[in-house]
Ligand binder design. Sequence first.
Ligand code: SF4
Length: 368
Amino acid sequence: MTILGKMQILADSAQFDLCDYVNKQKNSEVNLPGIYNASSNGCEIPLFKTLMTNKCKNDCKYCINECKRNFTRMELSPREIAKVFLNYYDSNLVNGLFLSSGVGNTIDQTMENLIETIRILRKEYGYQDYIHLKIIPGASKDSIKRAMSLSDRISMNIEAATKDGLYELSSTKDYNKDILKRIKWINDLSKRDSSLAPSGQTTQLVIGANDETDEEILKRMESLYNKFDLRRTYFSAFTPVEGTELENRIGESTERTAQLYHADALLSEYNFKKNEIVFNENGQLSLSEDPKILAAQEMNIFPVEINSAPYIELIRVPGIGTKSAKKIINIRKKMPFKKLSDLKKIGVVTKRAEPYIKIEGKYQTTFQ
Ligand code: SF4
């Protein structure tokens, strides 16, 4: 089989790692495997995303590559991956690499293959652009440190919100030891040396492969954001894969993951506490209402005065984001706001914000 043929299979095998909300296959005019658009700060960045091997000794029940599934297994060597990637990069098809792997032989050997690939790129070919490397659960501290020294960003998938939740999905990964302990190591290494993976670490959960609630998921995320400098979380909606133990489980809706993204941003960017987020009696977010508006309806701080409210209150107003809150604070130091249209000009979504604010003491509207 050609390298391109192998690439197609490995890129397809990386699908368990795609986040429905942020990654989309690149436009069809480029019909090459492994190209995905990642979203970052509102921009789409084409990345080459692949596994080194789809062989895996783990038994994650939602995953296309789980060890009991019967399908074509293969691997590419570090040099083959490096060369294919550079072909894409030099042809301006992608701006960076997102490299991951099944656990083909041992965890140590898999980590060495990943590290060797990016070492070849950085040290032999002088590649300086973006690399995101997925750390294998259970990896040694030494290999994590070396991977971080060659990567811009690294990630360790937690997959589930709780130890029991992961145990339902995999009998071969230990939640505390193989995953949470490694996330802590990554955080400690970053704090000691800021040149290691300077774009920080992220994580990912599979949503809907077990019965964990949104409340359990966001409780875990709050704890991780508080303890570690986690840059962001990706939520991947579970999709049943033929030939896996969960092939008959109903797939998860992208509406749910979209709401989790909104609520997660309240924790990670807006300093909300999990207890401020509104869940139904089953611990789930509303699928139709904005979590920020639902939270605001339960708070007793509104309406806040635009010309004096502290940042922490401004960002709790629906329609005011972190950027517009900072602009409000800068502008009002020089000149107080007089009317709604002034807020609209700086990016406030005034239709959403007006029930929750006063301007120079005047209510803008009444609560619904
Ligand atoms: S470790 Fe689990 S999720 Fe990752 S490739 Fe192997 S079976 Fe799939």
